[in-house]
Design a protein around this ligand. Structure first.
Ligand SMILES: Nc1ncnc2c1ncn2[C@@H]1O[C@H](COP(=O)(O)OP(=O)(O)OP(=O)(O)O)[C@@H](O)[C@H]1O
Ligand SMILES: O=P(O)(O)OC[C@@]1(O)O[C@H](CO)[C@@H](O)[C@@H]1O
Length: 302
């Protein structure tokens, strides 16, 4: 079973505009709304690919209820903790030829709610995978992912972390099975400026994160595909397929889902990387998260 935890779920409101004029009234060409948050996206794509998953985390207010209802309609198993106050975020994704995102803070998570999550995490057993993905609300300490990994340490649970900054750096000593920074997150983590597609620079940074404790490092490179540094110290690169980007929000999460599915089905890192890339691109090329058919179609081209 693959559990995902989203501390800070969201409704993603994508707004398509020909141009955006600051300080003026702009009207959309079209818009779409879907439930989001990184762990939730991973669970949705895992479900689409026929994997067993359960989405965990915190929801609040009418937006939270909407997310829960949406997941139920999509038959994505979930067990969220409803918070007493506040509301889950509405994140704005502006599509004006380039993609601009405005993500909210998210509701406060009181200590009792956090304890309730820890109780749920205690159910996770040997052989299961836990994906911790996305930001945390400002009320939580930045060592929260670290505390979860420390609690699970020695229990045979594979931990995957998709986060940025200290949230990710702090977990490295606990040897997460997989981390998935994108190129910008990687350069921030290593304090170097990488130019787009600079593979030698990216490899050097991935190696540094592995030295600090990560077992496998998967770097998503947008249109340039992805680079994997395996726990055996081997670098694998996969080009992305050609296609027209519609909405790349959730492409990285889809890559994580595709990677875990590919690894589960074949046991091969090369195949996992192919399937992860196909899933990421399938999401980027549509206005929804990758479906199984779309992933299989792109997989055939790689
Ligand atoms: N322009 C693109 N063309 C083709 N494939 C793409 C494009 N953008 C993203 N992808 C696919 O999606 C994968 C993940 O993309 P990206 O590196 O943008 O992740 P990310 O920044 O973590 O995304 P997000 O945070 O929105 O989920 C890429 O490795 C690639 O396979
Ligand atoms: O603010 P965070 O938690 O870092 O990222 C949240 C988010 O941008 O990530 C997903 C795409 O990866 C979206 O569904 C969601 O809006």
């Amino acid at each position: 079973m693959i559990y995902t935890v989203t501390f800070n779920p969201a409704l993603d409101y994508a707004v398509y505009l020909d141009t955006l004029e600051m300080g003026a009234l702009n009207r959309t060409r079209s818009e779409s709304l879907r439930c989001g948050g990184k762990g939730i996206n991973v669970s949705i794509v895992l479900c689409n690919l026929g994997m067993e998953t359960e989405a965990l985390g915190f929801l609040a207010g009418f937006t939270g209820q909407g997310i829960a209802r949406w997941l139920e309609q999509m038959a994505v198993p979930s067990d969220f903790i409803m918070l007493p106050d506040g509301m889950s975020r509405i994140n704005i994704k502006l599509k004006t030829g380039v993609e601009t995102e405005i993500n909210g803070q998210g509701p406060d998570i009181p200590p009792q709610a956090l304890e309730a999550l820890f109780d749920k995490l205690d159910r996770i057993s040997r052989g299961d995978t836990l994906v911790l993905a996305g930001s945390i609300p400002a009320s939580l300490p930045v060592d929260i992912y670290e505390r979860i990994l420390s609690r699970l340490s020695g229990r045979g649970v594979r931990c995957v972390v998709d986060a940025s900054g200290p949230l990710l750096l702090n977990v490295l000593p606990y040897h997460p099975f997989l981390i998935k920074p994108n190129e910008a997150e990687l350069s921030e983590l290593c304090g170097v400026s990488l130019s787009a597609g600079d593979l030698p620079g990216i490899k050097a940074c991935a190696a540094r994160l592995q030295e600090q404790g990560a077992r496998n490092v998967l770097v998503s490179l947008g249109p340039n595909g992805a680079l994997l540094l395996t726990e055996e110290g081997k670098f694998l690169h996969q080009e992305a397929p050609d296609g027209t980007v519609c909405n790349s929000v959730g492409a990285g999460d889809s890559m994580v889902a595709g990677f875990l599915t590919g690894l589960h089905l074949t046991g091969s890192y090369r195949e996992a990387l192919r399937m992860g890339t196909a899933a990421g691109s399938a999401t980027a090329f549509s206005d929804h998260l990758a479906t199984r058919r779309e992933v299989e179609q792109l997989l055939n081209t790689l």
